[in-house]
Design a protein. Structure first.
Length: 171
């Protein structure tokens, strides 16, 4: 510990630990008993990327997955183009912040320019399109779900399309 008591030694340790992508932040210091302490804050995974056996954290960073302890997270299928991480992050965050959709997202499928969602309790896929006007799209989707729940509709829907402005199309 005496060799590490200088600030450069602490920064060296911090710099080495910060090279590990799954660590969000690290703080190395001496406590009041002159013992070396290291505080590490891990990244929070929010989705699994099935194509690359990785996960996305709450800041949009993609990190290699080393264990399967995150299997309850939503899965992202498809190739994420550079910069698309934040579009996906916006969709996941909007769903998690909504009381109705919280913990219900199962899957985001990326196809060309469109995002498709699979949501628990929904017997149909949701073609979201892009991340624009997301609150309005989610509001329409909730309204449609409540309509189905409150009315004994004998129709089986395959997909709900929210791509067009202020329109919900049931297929």
């Amino acid at each position: 510990v005496s060799d590490l008591m200088n600030i450069n030694g602490f920064h060296k340790i911090e710099n080495e630990l910060e090279k590990i992508k799954s660590i969000r932040s690290v703080d190395v210091y001496l406590n009041t008993y002159l013992e070396l302490e290291i505080d590490i804050i891990d990244r929070d995974p929010i989705a699994i990327l099935s194509e690359s056996n990785s996960y996305m954290d709450s800041s949009g960073l993609i990190i290699k997955k080393y264990n399967s302890s995150y299997d309850s997270l939503p899965v992202i299928k498809g190739i994420i183009a550079n910069g698309e991480e934040f579009k996906i992050l916006k969709v996941i965050t909007a769903l998690e912040e909504d009381d109705f959709f919280k913990n219900k997202l199962q899957l985001i499928k990326l196809e060309d320019e469109d995002m498709y969602l699979k949501i628990k309790d929904f017997d149909f896929d949701v073609r979201l399109g892009n991340e624009f006007k997301l609150k309005n799209k989610l509001k329409m989707l909730k309204g449609f779900y409540l309509y189905l729940f409150n009315n004994s509709v004998n129709k089986k829907y395959k997909q709900i399309d929210l791509v067009f402005n202020n329109q919900l199309i049931a297929i």
